[in-house]
Design a protein around this ligand. Structure first.
Ligand code: HEC
Length: 106
């Protein structure tokens, strides 16, 4: 009988833990500042992953990239092989912001 109670508590704990989703972090900051993280999440995560390491479609691991900011801006703007260019989707400032964001990926 005691075992059943322990089991019930454990099960309850598992359900409580797995139910949480981390969507709460996206609180909107000032509207004018360009949010590189947000741009990354909606445009780049698909191939590069949340942390830059996913490597889908042969994309490079952004956390180990040795490219300079200018080189990253160039690739993001014009694309490279399977990576599409973002010149028609993002403006210059947005590309700059997301390029800077890639340096924060660890
Ligand atoms: C369709 C999938 C895809 C998407 C979406 C994508 N990338 Fe890429 N990315 C790639 C691939 C593939 C490469 C490797 C290109 C190569 O060198 O052959 C790459 C390479 C890069 C590189 C160069 C890394 C290095 O060290 O050579 C950077 C920087 C980069 N991506 C940033 C971004 C950013 C920022 C975004 C969003 C604006 C983005 N990517 C969106 C697929 C993608």
């Amino acid at each position: 009988m005691k075992k059943m109670i322990v089991f019930a508590i454990l099960l309850g704990g598992i359900i409580a833990c797995s139910g949480g989703n981390d969507k709460s972090k996206s609180n909107s900051k000032s509207a004018t500042a360009i949010d590189g993280a947000k741009i990354y999440k909606s445009n780049c995560m698909l191939c590069h992953g949340d942390d830059g390491k996913l490597g889908l479609n042969n994309s490079k691991d952004l956390t180990v990239s040795k490219l300079t900011k200018e080189e990253r801006i160039d690739i993001i703007t014009n694309g490279k092989n399977t990576m599409v260019g973002f010149s028609s989707l993002l403006d210059e400032d947005e590309i700059k912001a997301v390029a800077e964001y890639t340096f924060t990926l660890k």
